[in-house]
Design a protein. Sequence first.
Length: 100
Amino acid sequence: MADAIIDLQENETDFTIGKQRHMAALEAAWEIAALCEALRKAVTPDDNSQNHLVVRGLSSRIEGLSNSIMAALYDDAQATSEIYLDVTREFLPEQEASHV
C-alpha cells in the first residue's frame, strides 16, 4: 500500500483540504445531485398514492444539501452564513457570523 498523503489539516481557525480530496468531495456532491434528479424522474404520480410527493420532497432536500457542499467547497462568492442558513434553516450565531 502506498504511503498516505496528509491532505486534511486543521488548526484553531482554518481547515485545509488537499486538491484530490477536494475533487473527491465535489464528485460525490455532483453524483448525489444527479441521483436525486434521476430519482424524481423515475417516480411518477399515482392516483392512489402520494409517494411521489415524498420522493420529490426528500430528493429535493438531499439535492439542496449536496448543493451546499458544492458551494462550501467551490463557490467563494457565496457567504458561509448563507450556506449555513441553507443547511440548518437557522442563522449563524452572532459570535460565529462575525468570522465569516
